[in-house]
Each structure stands twice: as structure tokens, then as C-alpha cells.
Design a protein around this ligand. Structure first.
Ligand code: SAJ
Length: 432
């Protein structure tokens, strides 16, 4: 039986490499569609948890995992030789930035693909899902896999399909988020579309892996640039004494041609601050300077410094300077109602305040501890006492569960970077 037939009749054994919030969610959808799943991860703890029927991903319930494991439909391993038993392999490993140069870090992809190559055989489909710059699939992955002596489009099939998982989003989950798929050849696209089409509500085929890689980068660069625009708009409104939040709310009444974005203390998360830099890196390598992308990244990266300036300004009437002042930061996660602090602007803001000699504490219902400048801060319980003892309170993340009325009443000065205190007024409240 051909690979295409096995993919069509769901007798294929499907592999997922990288069992994080993307890979595990995808593995569950493949299993639900009837395929037998082998998951590969280098983290033995994750492998053990999954084989014990337990999930570690917020959007994947443990009872779903335990049922599939009990039925023998889902097995996890850290042994890459299992690749030989798979008919298709979807790669869902991280694509961060190098810490110093801020250039793309493909080390996770290269590690996974070089291990896959050792066990690759004719009749397999490989799909890369990790967000990356256009050209990665054909210029980086394909040559490594063809070192096996196998040829793409003839012996094995290769495609790119960007992940669009939005952790915590209850409306859009892996199954009902349209999936873009682009293959190296038409036959590659056909094989990938057959697999994903059997599992997900909608598959969108595109003409190449480059287009598929670029689609995801456009999606997230669109957000980065629009957030940069609205952050600059906030600074402009600030200088004109205009309430930017009121302007955005009123502009949002336009039923077409406008999409609201909101200013904030900066850009966090592992997608939006990263993806545009993958794109601009590739552009520059090809001699194109994407000015708009880079300027937006800079505006967003400068927001923490702007926030620290606002704290300094707010302390002046109290005859206080940052040095020695006690600052209470409310919310350190990168966005509301999540415990994820990756790239959170709060980390940069706390670092800058530390450098100015301020004494910084934080309170976040989702985050218990924070490493800052070598010391470990623990989340304070929000109380009248905590608020009153601070010289300045800084709302960085607008978690919905926080009692903002308490903050408005008892904070001597509060700088609200998220309009979380929109229902309250007072001389002590300073908005972005
Ligand atoms: N942010 C603003 N103003 C805004 C929107 C976001 O300052 O108007 C900030 C957030 O506070 C956060 C950062 O930008 O610090 C990123 O926020 P995000 O809402 O873009 O959330 P992410 O990072 O979880 O982005 C993911 C992306 N999903 C994928 O890459 C698969 C993105 O494409 C989604 O649009 C986004 O989730 C989403 O809509 O939730």
C-alpha cells in the first residue's frame, strides 16, 4: 500500500517530534482522527508523564491523553530510532532567537532533522511546523534529509505547515484553526494535505514551502507592527494630553477598515517579539532592509524605558526619586490571564528599576516566583497594606482576577499601562 493510501485510510503511523503545546495538541488531533501516534521528545519527564496518561499542556486534558494511551493509540518516546516506524513526521520544536545577536536559532530544528535523517526511509512524509524564515525547508531541511541518498518528491515528501496554536484560546483550538500547507513539490503538498485534511476542519494549500513559511511571519509581523503603531500613538497622545484609550475605543466603532490594538508596556511572549526578527534577518541576508518591521520592533522594545520614565515622573511630586523608592509591580506575565513570563516586558521594567536603585516587589496571581538581577522575588498577596506601603504601584499585566478597586483606593500613585483601572478615577491614577 502506498503512503498516500495509508494517509487516506488512516492506517498510517503518524509521528510528532516536539511534544510541547503545539506538538501535543497536534498529536491528539491526529489520534482523534484514527491514526496511531508516536510522539518523540528529548525531555524524559514529558515522555514519562504522557506514557502514564498525564498531560502537562493547559489545553490538553489528561483524561484525553490517558484514554489514547490506554487504547495503545498514543505512545511517547525519546528514542529517535522510532522514526523508522513512522509514515509521517511533523516537527514542532522551538525556534527562538540567539540571546546575544538576536539572529534566528535553528539549533532545535537542526538537531531534530539530523536525527530524523538517520532513520529516514522511502515512503515517508516530513512536515516542519516550527515558525521560521522563508527558505528554511528547502535550503536547510531538504539538503540534510537528502544526505540520506533519498530524493524529495520521489522517495520521501517534504512540506511546511505553520503552527497557529494560541494557548488558552477556548474558541480556536488546533482542530478548528485553518491549517496552511505548502509542499516542496505538488505531490508533497498532496500528501501533507491528505494527512492534515483527515484531522482538521480546514486545510489551505499553497504553492510552496516559502509561501507557507511567509504566511505565518506575515500574521505575526502584522501584530508586531500594529502594536508598535499604537504604542507610538500612545506616546503621541501622551504628549498632546489626549486619552489614547478613549481614542481607540471610539475608532473601534468603525465597522470596517479598522482593527483595534492596544498600547502596553512592551511586547512579550515567544511569538510576536521573535517572528518579525526571523523575517527581517532573512530580508537583510538578501539585501532588503525592512524598515517598517525594524522600526516597530524598536518602538516596542523601547516601551519598558518609557514606563520607567513615567514612574520617575510620578514620584517627583512626592519629592521622591527612583533610588530607594518601593515599587509594587502588579502582573508580570507577558499577557493577561497566563502564567507565561517569557520575554515579558515586566522583566525588563523590573531590571531597569533595579538598576536605578528602586526596591521592587511584585504581585501576580499566576506567577509565584521571579528571578530578577540574581535575586528571587516571590509574589506578594495584594492587600491594603502592600499597596499603601509602596511609593508607586505599576500595573504591567491586566489579569482579570485582580481587585483594581482596591488598587485605585489604596495605591498612593498607580501607573496603569493596560487601562485595567478604566472604571476608576483619581489624582493618583496615571494612564499610559
Ligand atoms: N499586545 C499588546 N497590544 C495588543 C495585543 C498584544 O501590547 O493589542 C502584547 C501582549 O500583551 C503580549 C504581546 O503583545 O505581550 C503578544 O500578544 P499576542 O496577543 O499577540 O499573544 P501571543 O504572543 O500569544 O501571540 C499568539 C500568536 N499565535 C501564534 O503565533 C500561533 C498570534 O498569532 C495570535 O494572534 C495571538 O496569540 C492571539 O491572537 O492570541
Amino acid at each position: 500500500m502506498s503512503l498516500l493510501e495509508k494517509l487516506e485510510n488512516r492506517t498510517a503511523t503518524v509521528g510528532v517530534v516536539g511534544l510541547g503545546y503545539v506538538g501535543l495538541s497536534l498529536a491528539i488531533e491526529f489520534a482523534r482522527a484514527g491514526y496511531k501516534i508516536i510522539g518523540i521528545d528529548i525531555n524524559d519527564e514529558k515522555v514519562a508523564k504522557l506514557n502514564a496518561g498525564r498531560s502537562y499542556v493547559m489545553d490538553v486534558p489528561s483524561d484525553v491523553v490517558s484514554k489514547l494511551v490506554a487504547e495503545g493509540r498514543l505512545v511517547a518516546s525519546s528514542d529517535y530510532s522510532q522514526i523508522a516506524n513512522m509514515d509521517s513526521i511533523s516537527i514542532c520544536v522551538p525556534t527562538p532567537l540567539r540571546s546575544k545577536s538576536k539572529d534566528p536559532d535553528l539549533s532545535y530544528i537542526l538537531d531534530a532533522v539530523s536525527k530524523i535523517r538517520k532513520h529516514l526511509h522511502a515512503g515517508q512524509l516530513v512536515v516542519l511546523e516550527s515558525t521560521t524564515f522563508p527558505g528554511t525547508t528547502t535550503e536547510v531541511i531538504q539538503p540534510i534529509l537528502e544526505e540520506s541518498g533519498l530524493s524529495v518528491g520521489k522517495d520521501f515528501y517534504l512540506a511546511f505547515s505553520p503552527e497557529r496554536v494560541d494557548p488558552g484560546n477556548v474558541q480556536f483550538q488546533t482542530r478548528n484553526i485553518p491549517k496552511v500547507v505548502g509542499g516542496v513539490t505538488e505531490d508533497c503538498t498532496r500528501h501533507a494535505r491528505t494527512l492534515y485534511g483527515n484531522c482538521l476542519d480546514r486545510v489551505v494549500g499553497v504553492s510552496s514551502t516559502d509561501v507557507a513559511e511567509m504566511v505565518k511571519l506575515l500574521e505575526n509581523t502584522f501584530r508586531s507592527v500594529n502594536i508598535g503603531l499604537v504604542n507610538e500613538f500612545a506616546l503621541l497622545c501622551n504628549s498632546l494630553g489626549i486619552d489614547v484609550w478613549e481614542v481607540i475605543d471610539a475608532a473601534s466603532t468603525k465597522p470596517f477598515g479598522f482593527m483595534p490594538f492596544y498600547p502596553g508596556p512592551g511586547l512579550g511572549g515567544h511569538c510576536i517579539p521573535v517572528d518579525p526578527l526571523y523575517l527581517s534577518w532573512k530580508a537583510k541576508v538578501n539585501g532588503f532592509h525592512p524598515r517598517l518591521i525594524d522600526v516597530a520592533v524598536q518602538v516596542n522594545q523601547d516601551m519598558p524605558q518609557h514606563i520607567v520614565r513615567k514612574v520617575r515622573e510620578a514620584l517627583k511630586p512626592l519629592k521622591k526619586d527612583l533610588k530607594g523608592s518601593k515599587i509594587l509591580v502588579i502582573g508580570v506575565a507577558y499577557k493577561r490571564d497566563t502564567d507565561d513570563v517569557r520575554e515579558s516586558p515586566a522583566l525588563e521594567i523590573i531590571h531597569l528599576l533595579d538598576q536605578e536603585g528602586a526596591k521592587v516587589e511584585f504581585s501576580d496571581p499566576f506567577v509565584r516566583f521571579l528571578q530578577s538581577n540574581g535575586s528571587r522575588l516571590s509574589s506578594r498577596t495584594l492587600s491594603e497594606k502592600e499597596l499603601a506601603e509602596a511609593d508607586c504601584v505599576l500595573v504591567v499585566t491586566d489579569h482579570t482576577s485582580v481587585d483594581y478597586e482596591l488598587v485605585a483606593r489604596h495605591a498612593p500613585v498607580v501607573i496603569d499601562t493596560r487601562n485595567a483601572l478604566k472604571d476608576f478615577s483619581g489624582e493618583n491614577i496615571h494612564r499610559l
